[in-house]
Design a protein around this ligand. Structure first.
Ligand code: CP
Length: 310
């Protein structure tokens, strides 16, 4: 019997039980990679990236290669027919003729949803504008579970660009479904978390949160500090970007006030917001997130293609 086509556009498209299963699969891939080497044989992933990426695109490509599949890529919107005015809907219909699954990054919010509505194969949102980035959240969740041994009863500080930071929006939505979470939202006034995320994910669920502009005042209370980049590409005005870009710079000095078991996370790329000197601190987890992202994307591809390892 043919399985229905399923896409992942928002992290809330996956139930907490499915997230657990994906993390368990990722752990099994880490422990027994040889079981998965042929799992996607004869399958093709189309990586459609209409916005720059290093980690997400390459980790999707590495994931498909490690599953024994093949990859078709658009790495530059200007070199695709989008530059001639082709719609996202037509692109999705076209790529459905060539590939078995799509990972799409696009600068416009909602583009991946449009693709999913028009494709006849699963679509994974690899980041749509300032909206959401569910597979980064998969990487984040596995990292938190591996570092802390749990996804509940955590005080999570999110720092930087909370307005346009799609990774932050997806992570709050995901974590808001676990017990005992407390969020500390650290940002300049101009880059506060949008009301729609605050209302839907936090207020509607009665989840405690506080807002501050002062990282150093709260760093000692945190189990996790999730730093983010102020994103030049989301600003309409260069002056505003220049004024806000270095609002927060995490240094070894500032980390002296933090708990010894703090986990410092960042979706990357970073610019200035974490000093390179922090990389040697055992609390720095951001390159672990990068690797975990590949395993979670492998697990997600398998799930959406209804494939099992050998
Ligand atoms: N975290 C992340 O999405 O990185 P890239 O923009 O390099 O894909």
């Amino acid at each position: 019997m043919t399985q229905p086509v399923r896409s992942v556009i928002d992290i809330l498209d996956l139930s907490p039980e499915e997230l657990d299963r994906l993390m368990d699969t990722a752990e099994d891939i880490i422990a027994r990679p040889e079981r998965y080497r042929e799992a996607c044989r004869y399958k093709k992933l189309a990586a459609l990236f209409f916005e720059p990426s290093t980690r997400t695109r390459l980790s999707f490509e590495a994931a498909m290669h490690e599953l024994g599949g093949a990859v078709l890529s658009v790495t530059d919107a200007a070199a695709s027919s989008a530059a001639k005015g082709e719609s996202v809907a037509d692109t999705a219909k076209t790529v459905s003729c060539y590939a078995d699954i799509i990972a799409m990054r696009h600068p416009k919010e909602g583009a991946a949803l449009v693709a999913a509505r028009n494709a006849s194969i699963p679509v994974i949102n690899a980041g749509d504008g300032g909206h959401c980035h569910p597979t980064q959240t998969l990487a984040d969740l596995l990292t938190i579970r591996r570092e802390k041994g749990r996804l509940s009863n955590l005080t999570v500080g999110l720092c930087g660009d909370l307005k346009f930071g799609r990774t932050v929006h997806s992570l709050i939505n995901a974590l808001s479904r676990y017990e005992g979470l407390n969020f500390v939202l650290i940002s300049p006034e101009e880059l506060k978390l949008p009301s729609y995320v605050k209302n839907d994910a936090l207020k509607a669920r009665g989840i405690p949160y506080s807002q501050t502009t002062d990282l150093e005042a709260v760093i000692g209370n945190l189990d996790i500090l999730y730093m983010t980049r102020v994103q030049r590409e989301r600003f309409f005005n260069e002056e505003d970007y220049l004024r806000l870009k270095d609002s927060y710079i995490l240094t070894p000095e500032k980390l002296k006030k933090a708990r010894p078991d703090l986990s410092v996370m960042h979706p990357l790329p970073r610019v200035n917001e974490i000093s390179v000197a922090v990389d040697d601190d055992p609390r720095a987890c951001y390159f672990k997130q990068v690797l975990n992202g590949k395993y979670m994307r492998m697990a997600l591809i398998l799930m959406l293609l209804n494939l099992q390892p050998a």
